[in-house]
Design a protein around this ligand. Sequence first.
Ligand code: PMP
Length: 454
Amino acid sequence: MNPDATPHADPRAGAAVKAADRAHVFHSWSAQELIDPLAVAGAEGAYFWDYDGNRYLDFTSGLVFTNIGYQHPTVVAAIQEQAAKLTTFAPAFAVDVRSEAARLIAERTPGDLDKIFFTNGGAEAVENAVRMARLHTGRPKVLSAYRSYHGGTHTAINLTGDPRRWPSDSGTAGVVHFNAPFLYRSPFYAADEAEECARALEHLEATIGFEGPATVAAIILETIPGTAGIMTPPPGYLAGVREICDRYGIVFVLDEVMAGFGRTGKWFAAEHFDVVPDLLTFAKGVNSGYVPLGGVAISAAVADTFATRPYPGGLTYSGHPLACAAAVATIGVMEDEKVVEHAAHLGATVLGPGLRELAARHPSVGEVRGTGAFWALDLVRNAETREPLVPYNASGQANAPMAAFAAACKKGGLWPFVNMNRTHVVPACNITEAEAKEGLAILDAALTVADEHT
Ligand code: PMP
């Protein structure tokens, strides 16, 4: 990035922003009086900066959405042009930029996922995918994995496996959780990937059997689960789930809200496994989060259910022209600048090898997982027993070792993604090799702090 882009420090302005935030902004997932949000003065590319003149390399991509970094000039210009031309228009009309965004997305999703239902984000995409599956099959139940995150709205949070579900769990009828494969902390006591895969598929099929196959509308999985720990499924697992879905007439939904649009070094992570779901949910990277946008890519068979019968769902801002203009421009940038190929290359040559090298030197790193620009370090107290660096903490309070690790990252100029006992390495997919190496060096120093707790 251009170093001149970092403005001069203005702590007084920062204090005013912070004071107004503290007075009036009610923050997500937070105890309001226990948080201390950083006041952000600006951002460009892979970096952002505060009002005190501190610049951070963003290894979180926001919430894993700025796949092409902040303030890409082509996308900013496209949003400005669209605002000048037609800022908004209701969803029942055909609008050029909406049609174009749908076409570009459909051309990149796998198989026959050729119809696009637009939403404003990931949770709404999941809500609508579930509704489509239930209406398509006439069945009530949806199966999802314990180690998963699907969004913060009613059905999406109930489908979510991770403990963020607990306070909001309404015990929604029809939501059934199962264990998906995760060899490092295997729920099946498997010795290797082949065994983990076989046992996970047996478990899934048994769950369907106990629930009654004729009651199961859908199975929803993140292709590579993100928030829950970036756990690439073993070879054959997703193909096996596809087969089970076909056998029982169950709709297979892949949630690619986080893994889609280049994050894993493919347009969609499903391509790594050669599977085509019936529904695919997306958001985040579709336009790098510059304007809220998400959606469901729909197969011909599911779309056909609503050919002559109305689809009973919709959103006022579905396919908002500003969001669609940002998507068209973002996809263009990703093609022109070969961002997807770059993410694959970066994962294979810099991030993967670099993180593994850190793991070899730092006893606190239990496992390195990931691909492309989508990695996790599983931090442990004891590499032998794999005891997490932070023993499970149901209260959700910040915990000392991970807080110390995060503070060391920030002191070094890197903004880390920290969740439970993990740090995820999820920078912009177009981060340069030099920037990636700068980040690895900061992580190296911060991991010595984590090592003190092993
Ligand atoms: N699904 C997955 C896989 C996600 O990672 C997320 C967000 N982290 C969501 C759904 C929800 O998306 P949103 O926050 O845009 O509603």
